[in-house]
Ligand binder design. Sequence first.
Ligand code: ADP
Length: 350
Amino acid sequence: MRKGLHTPIRAALLIAVITSAVVGGGFPLIFQSEWKGALLLYLAVVLLTFFVSFLAAYFIVGFLLAKRVAPLFRMLYGRNIGANEILEQLDGEAVYERLERDISAWSSEKTREIDRLKEMERYRKEFLGNVSHELKTPIFNIQGYVLSLLDGALEDPAVNRKYLERTEKSIDRLIGIVEDLEAISKLEAGELKLNLTSFNIVSLIRDSIDALDERARKRSISLRLVNQPVQPVMVYADRKRMSEVLLNLLLNSINYGIDGGQTLISVSEEGNRVVVSINDNGIGIDSKDLPRIFERFYRVDKSRSREQGGTGLGLAIVKHIIEAHGQKIKVSSTPNEGTTFSFTIRLSES
Ligand code: ADP
């Protein structure tokens, strides 16, 4: 669109010139008149026609144009704009360039939005597929044991207790999946309300080690805090969520560790942050899987993960929690040597 091509003034000028030419052309007879004032009258009529038609055309064209453009303004700037304001804008020099630029920016933004919605839709379908797949296994297991019990195993003391225990294990697994799903959907919906307080991260690490002591001992894995700081290291974060992060990472170091292995936890201060590292000498993660392990339901070794009661959601939850605190988590790993997860927490100012 070229500058000002269709402004009401130009259109009105054109209409006024045509109207006065038509009116002027209709008066040739006036020259044959003997009356002296005829020429003056002729000029006055033509000029009057010009001004009247210019004014009428200016307002009519302006009004029609403003009516046409109003939805565009509404769409682009999201507000109702009066015809007068539009008329003022239309008389401005660069209004068409501005409209053209804004329309093209608007259309690229809408295209991006549609792409994002398509991506979300794909993600949603994949998520539903993953959820039903995860739920199916324990549900079918429970169904199998219950049917066997009903078919007679209930009266067989050799298996009835075992089947019931396995049923309970599958129910625990179902509860674990549902709890993780609940957590992830809250986190992804941005509904996580952080309860930020100052606390000593070292004592939280010690509590987490104690909570997993039995699990670690079963595989003869030692969980140790290496550089035990003498002073408390006060951080400012949500204690409960940070405990979830630590438990998840420590549990993974056991689940994907080796019998008789070790997990070393260290705490160091970097500027106004604390870096917590959890290093194991377990099975490690291949470099091709490493970028994907924070995705929900992503597992390197599916059977091992399920065997350990994993849902494939743990690291996705951990990452969400750390990012909700405005902090970062990193991972480095070498297959058959071990894995290190490091994350940051804000140091408390007091
Ligand atoms: P899961 O419930 O399967 O443990 P996570 O989200 O916690 O799910 O972890 C995703 C995957 O990353 C795991 O299935 C496992 O393959 C891999 N992984 C996580 N932590 C470790 C670790 N410390 N050592 C080796 N592999 C790990």
